[in-house]
Design a protein. Sequence first.
Length: 122
Amino acid sequence: MRDLTAHLFLGLGFVTVLAVVLTAVLATAPRRPGRHSAAHLAERTASAPAPVSPWSRPWTCPTKEEAAERFRREADTTTRLGVIRERRTAAVLASLGVDYAYGYAGDQFETLAALTAARVTA
């Protein structure tokens, strides 16, 4: 029974000391206004601007010139990719022993087609 009394007395003493210390610390801590107080709401509206909804303004799109420039860039890229793909195909077929004549700017086929169209014989 004495042990139980000692534990309760020491335990209550520790709890009492802890409560006094926490009360002192919390009482001296700086306080901020509550979330629903007028001071907090005034501070919040003064410090941060109201968020702007993206739906509050009309949908923006590129101008005619910007769209034309973008399409030109894409066309150049697509053309280069087509040439690269055709050259890779020709290389793979050549490794298999298949003759595949691919065309490129300035090749002999352009000259031959121009001569044929002009009805020039060699």
